[in-house]
Write a protein that binds this ligand. Structure first.
Ligand SMILES: O=C(O)C1=C[C@@H](OP(=O)(O)O)[C@@H](O)[C@H](O)C1
Ligand SMILES: C=C(OP(=O)(O)O)C(=O)O
Length: 441
């Protein structure tokens, strides 16, 4: 499949008819990168079926290889590229990890490096150096691991000394749930495991912490939440596991929001019966905008009338990842839409609140920046530039608005390569009502 380039703006296609499409999506970033990391620390080889193949997943694969894991491709079922076979090895130092803009890599991998013997340097994209990392650096130091860093952010070097004792630790995960997940994921390999407590003004993205605990438990690790903001992971082996990665339900957001924007029906294949992915909240979120949905034989069917989009007030602290899509719908709504609880998304790929306010304002909309969210008031929109700011979810938010507003020019649709490189082709296929197999497109 050919992927978009970074050099030319992408004119978001407008919808000329109600949707009637079946969509298949590639694997979940959050599940893929957890499965890769735990497989690299496991007690035998693991195979991932239908793993995500994207920039963030490649960064995790390369990072784990640098830290000593063997990772190779194996023939898969064809639909989403090859499977991955992960052969764990002793954690080694002496390398460099380029985290790109991947929060999972920059938060999770330093704790793996700490298990090794020798220095590992970490850096990333220019914007990665602005993302919150202080709790990674401070936690490592509190655990007795040396970190060379001018500032508590990228770039830095972790000086592993062959192991981590673990024990009791308190951190402030207000800026990112990934600080909690990072510690829990490596903790089975700490001598004493970890007894972790969060103390801070808020705890975002709790479903992602539940996903981490579930990923550990499915590999035989004794891991549990012991209170609202406390967790315990016992030391012990991580079992190897062959598993199929679920489709990325967060990347389903723009495709399902498209039904609200345009009307009609989208059928999403591979909807899990039970999942820890935060995208499971989409049916309820889209219901607030008038959509109906049902699950039938492993598919999610979302339908909407295509009539005026109602207003809504939503606290999205648990699902910040979905907020750019919901804000895009807000820009098309006929009554005010207020999304709060997403202050932490200022530390995502870009300051998402600022980016959405600026982009919507540039199209003539009325978007008001709140300390921890956005309020959008109804206003007619006109075509114009839409900055992606290296952010896959800001790019796809522009695509949602462009369904109804001709001439929305996303400056860098290739930003979607972070988690869904096939986005432009899948979007076009949805609009054409074609059933696109991403491997063949
Ligand atoms: O652990 C994970 O896989 C993620 C956790 C969340 O991070 P924050 O808690 O920083 O929002 C989410 O937004 C991110 O896309 C992925
Ligand atoms: C915040 C996100 O990514 P990251 O894993 O880089 O934090 C995201 O995908 O919305």
């Amino acid at each position: 499949m050919s992927h978009a380039d970074h050099s030319r703006p992408w004119t978001a296609p407008t919808a000329s008819a109600r949707l009637d499409a079946r969509v298949q999506l590639p694997g979940s970033k959050s599940l893929t990168n957890r499965a890769l990391l735990l497989a690299a620390l496991a007690d035998g080889p693991s195979t991932l079926h239908r793993p995500l193949r994207s920039r963030d997943a490649t960064i995790m694969v390369e990072g784990l290889r640098t830290l000593g894991a063997g990772i190779r491709e194996a023939p898969g079922d064809g639909a989403f590229g090859p499977d991955l076979v992960i052969e764990p090895g002793p954690v080694v130092g002496g390398g460099h990890v380029d985290c790109g803009l991947a929060g999972t890599a920059m938060r999770f991998l330093p704790f793996v490096a700490a298990l090794g013997d020798g220095p590992v340097s970490f850096d990333g994209d220019p914007h990665a150096r602005l993302r919150p990392m202080d709790q990674v650096v401070e936690a490592l130091r509190a655990l007795g691991v040396r970190v060379d860093a001018d500032e508590p952010r990228l770039p830095f070097t972790v000086l592993g000394a062959g192991g981590v004792r673990g024990g009791e630790l308190t951190i402030d995960a207000s800026a990112s749930s990934q600080f909690v997940s990072a510690l829990l994921l490596a903790a089975p390999r700490f001598d004493e495991g970890i007894t972790l407590r969060h103390e801070g003004e808020r705890l975002p993205s709790i479903p992602h912490i539940e996903m981490t605990l579930d990923a550990l438990r499915r590999r035989g690790v004794d891991a549990a939440a012991t209170g609202e903001a406390t967790w315990r992971v016992e030391p012990g082996p991580i079992a190897a596991l062959d598993e199929q990665i679920e489709p990325d339900l967060s990347n389903a957001a723009p495709f399902l929001a498209a039904v609200v924007a345009v009307g009609g029906r989208v059928v999403l294949d591979g909807w899990p019966l039970q999942t820890t992915q935060v995208g499971r909240m989409l049916p309820e979120l889209l219901h607030a905008f008038g959509a109906t949905s049902r699950v039938s034989r492993g598919t999610l069917i979302v339908e909407a009338s295509g009539g005026p989009i109602p207003g809504a007030t939503l606290d999205m602290h648990a699902a910040g990842e979905l907020s750019p899509t919901i804000v895009a719908l807000g820009a098309l709504a006929t009554a005010p839409v207020e999304v709060t609880g997403i202050g932490h998304t200022r530390g995502h790929e870009t300051d998402r609140i600022r980016a959405l306010v600026d982009d919507i304002t540039a199209l003539g909309g009325t978007a008001i920046e709140l300390p921890d969210g956005i309020r959008i008031e109804p206003a007619p929109l006109a075509g114009g530039p839409w900055g992606a700011y290296d952010d896959h979810r800001i790019a796809t938010a522009g695509a949602v608005i462009g369904l109804r507003v001709p001439g929305v020019e996303v400056d860098d649709i290739a930003a979607t390569a972070k988690t869904i490189p096939e986005f432009p082709e899948l979007w076009a296929a949805m609009l054409a009502g074609r059933d696109l197999d991403p491997a063949q497109g």
